[in-house]
Design a protein around this ligand. Structure first.
Ligand code: OGA
Ligand code: NI
Length: 353
């Protein structure tokens, strides 16, 4: 096996490729025809559900029902009135945009390695010669706090750390709100999922995605199709540039973000805990010829050494447990060893290996 201390080949920043102004993209970024954006067309007038979280206090039953339906039917929804101010969500996104517009010399100081992935990166996985995605990213740990290393957080823009801290705190709060809602909706004790996630000891990490302009957007993807391995993902999209597509049967639905909304999706760990009542749905990102795009994906995860398995209340003779017990640490290793598969990976747990 390759030593995970370094990348298997020199890292190329997609932003540099984009800024070179060349009209064609390198072959490494060209996807096979069936994976290209135009392969399955997307209907223009469908969107993932938009849910007003103010309803949790003033119209609770109806709002719980809306969330339940969105979890069962989409695995994806966007929330508004989520308690984070418009100023904070716009502010944190624009600070990261500023970071990506710093000089390459500044950004390279934070270049990451596959050991922890923390810092400025341009690829996932170690397979030499792999087809790559048209994006750069920045990856940070927030919780558990012993993993948080401020040395890995950019020192500029100067308000970045404070703003990211504030945003992170709010996302963790929102994570707990939704774990309670999901527990109730699944007919579990209201603290069941929070306890399964380790109570106060949840994990949380941030990936900021930067999708540079692309001269041949029909041939590539900003992020290949995948499901998120963790618990719940909170995605702050670029309001002015769409790009996220969610799988719905054989179609890809392009998400149209509502103003100041945060997109929520079910990760693989919730699929396991709910015994597949909730599904971790595949999604991907398309890119644009004349617009860059910035998004913040916050992964809210179970404590990494706890065993995750279907909730006993959801296991019956008619609905036997679909997944074995596994810690999130073991699951991540399982995924990293298999490498990117371009589809949901949790299904593979079902068949004995
Ligand atoms: C992710 C992700 C979507 C986006 O980072 O896992 O799915 O719109 N991002 O950037
Ligand atoms: Ni994702």
């Amino acid at each position: 096996m390759v030593c995970p201390c370094d990348w298997p080949e020199p890292v190329v920043r997609v932003q540099s490729l984009s800024e070179s102004g060349k009209p064609v993209i390198p072959e490494r970024y060209i996807k096979p025809p069936t994976d290209r954006p135009s392969f399955i067309s997307s209907p223009p007038d469908i969107n993932i559900p938009i849910i007003d979280l103010a309803g949790l206090t003033n119209d609770r039953e109806a709002t719980l029902r809306e969330i339940s339906e969105a979890c069962r039917e989409w695995g994806f929804f966007q929330v508004i009135n989520h308690g984070l101010s418009g100023e904070l969500v716009d502010g944190v996104r624009e600070i990261w945009r500023e970071f990506f517009h710093e000089s390459m010399e500044v950004k390279q100081k934070y270049a990451n390695s596959p050991k922890t992935y923390e810092g400025y990166g341009s690829r996932l996985g170690l397979q030499k010669g792999a087809i790559l995605d048209w994006s750069d990213y920045y990856f940070l740990h927030y919780l558990p706090s012993n993993l948080k290393d401020h040395n890995k957080w950019p020192a500029t823009p100067s308000s970045l750390r404070e703003t990211v801290e504030e945003y992170s705190k709010e996302i963790v709060r929102l994570g707990s709100v939704l774990l309670e809602v999901f527990s109730i909706n699944l007919g579990l004790q209201k603290d069941y999922l929070q306890k399964s996630f380790g109570g106060e000891d949840v994990g949380a990490c941030l990936r900021v995605n930067f999708y540079p302009k692309c001269p041949q957007p029909d041939l590539t993807l900003g992020l290949s199709s995948h499901s998120d391995p963790g618990g719940i993902t909170f995605l702050l999209p670029d309001e002015n540039v769409s790009g996220l597509q969610v799988r719905r049967g054989e179609q890809w639905i392009t998400v149209k973000p509502a103003r100041h909304a945060i997109i929520v999706n079910i990760g693989d760990q919730i699929q396991v805990l709910s015994n597949a009542i909730y599904k971790s749905v595949e999604h991907r990102v398309i890119v644009n010829p004349d617009k860059e795009r910035v998004s913040l994906a916050y992964f809210f995860n179970p404590k990494s050494d706890l065993l995750i398995h279907p909730a006993p209340e959801l296991v019956t003779p008619e609905t036997p447990p679909l997944y074995p017990s596994m810690t999130f640490d073991e699951y991540r290793l399982f995924i990293r060893t298999r490498g990117p598969q371009g589809k949901s990976q949790v299904e593979a747990l079902k068949s004995p290996r």
